[in-house]
Write a protein that binds this ligand. Structure first.
Ligand code: BYC
Length: 314
């Protein structure tokens, strides 16, 4: 089979049968590009996501909280690694992907451009941000590209611990003193709408969703996932005795889901253009970490070269 029409037919039939597309299989060039864009942005989000949480490791309120947060932040670094590796199977190089991040050409999730001001924010990030990430990633476990799907299966297992870590903090605060409960409510007030933005623009304004669904890269749309997230999270907020900061939030019996307000999409576009509260700080921190790690990369390369020489000489 070697003419393009046959190759396309084979590719389409794979998608229809819900088979995975694997790195050595033929795939349309735009499918490859689409995946490199999405997977690398996802990888960037994981490693930039380490920054707002890493900010609290030295200030966690107990040794246990510090250990749990440290492990969580380390997990995010691992998620970045699985995802960069998945993107590399599509022919992108790690250097070119990281360069796009460091020069501000590549996007990463808007959510990480908001500051973590109090310990309650670490709870809200775990509960809401990881909760939203899981909602999206559970669907991506069934994505059509094999290496991305397998990375997602592993990531989802770890993310569910992260979500519980956040919810546990929210429980401590919400059932604690009046001041602690206020901190928890304040964090929910600030993180609710930015979390809703994580799912991307409304379907009608999402240029990539249509093709992503056709190629089975995405299995559910931005709006469908946002709705699911709201429906699941309302009950969790009620258990905590906290109020979701949306006066339009109301159960709709006809659709068997909640009605809710749209986030401020102007703010969203502004943040992804680089003008959010912490964009500059995040990129500076990432560039510094990359420069500080140069000696590790050089040492690893020197070791690999030496090993290769020894093997060739043997
Ligand atoms: N932030 O056509 P659309 C995590 C961009 S991290 C920034 O709907 P698509 C975690 C979008 O890229 C969770 N940009 O796009 C880590 C596109 O621009 P380009 C990260 C956004 O791709 C540490 C344009 O807007 N999860 O779990 O169909 C600690 C139009 O959008 C955002 C993933 O990355 C945004 N929120 O759908 C804790 C999941 N939304 O590229 C937690 C994988 C949209 O055309 N990614 N844009 O220039 C996806 O599922 C999809 O890429 C998205 C967007 C749902 C994010």
């Amino acid at each position: 089979m070697n003419n393009v029409a046959d190759l396309e037919k084979n590719f389409d039939s794979k998608l229809e049968k819900n088979d995975f597309v694997e790195p050595k299989d033929w795939m349309p060039e735009n499918y490859r590009k689409h995946l490199i864009r999405q997977i690398s942005q996802h990888a960037h989000s994981e490693i930039i996501g380490m920054l707002p949480e890493g900010n609290w490791i030295s200030r966690a309120p107990s040794l246990r909280a510090k250990m749990v947060l440290l492990a969580k932040v380390q997990d995010e670094g691992g998620h970045g690694l699985y995802l960069y590796t998945a993107a590399e199977t599509l022919g992108a190089s790690r250097d070119e992907l990281l360069d796009a991040l460091h020069t501000g050409k590549a996007k990463y999730s808007s959510i990480f451009n908001y500051p973590t001001l109090t310990w309650a924010d670490i709870g809200a990030v775990g509960w809401l941000v990881d909760g939203a990430a899981i909602m999206n990633q559970v669907m991506l476990q069934r994505t059509s590209y094999g290496p991305y799907s397998r990375a997602m299966i592993r990531i989802c297992k770890e993310e569910s611990f992260h979500q519980r870590q956040g919810y546990e903090i929210m429980c401590h605060l919400s059932f604690g003193t009046e001041a602690q409960k206020e901190m928890a409510q304040d964090a929910l007030n600030r993180w609710w709408f930015p979390t809703m933005m994580m799912f991307g623009p409304p379907d009608k304004d999402s240029p990539n969703s249509g093709q992503a669904i056709k190629w089975r890269i995405k299995r559910e749309t931005n709006d469908e996932l946002r709705q699911k997230f709201v429906d699941r999270t309302v009950e969790q907020a009620e258990f905590l005795g906290l109020t979701i900061p949306d006066k339009n939030l109301k159960w709709n019996e006809a659709k068997k889901g909640y009605d809710f307000s749209e986030p401020n999409w102007e703010e969203f576009y502004n943040v992804i253009k680089g003008n959010g509260p912490c964009n500059k700080e995040r990129l500076e921190a990432r560039n510094k970490a990359h420069a500080d790690g140069a000696w590790v990369r050089e040492a690893a390369m020197a070791y690999a070269e030496k090993k290769k020489e020894n093997i060739l000489a043997a």
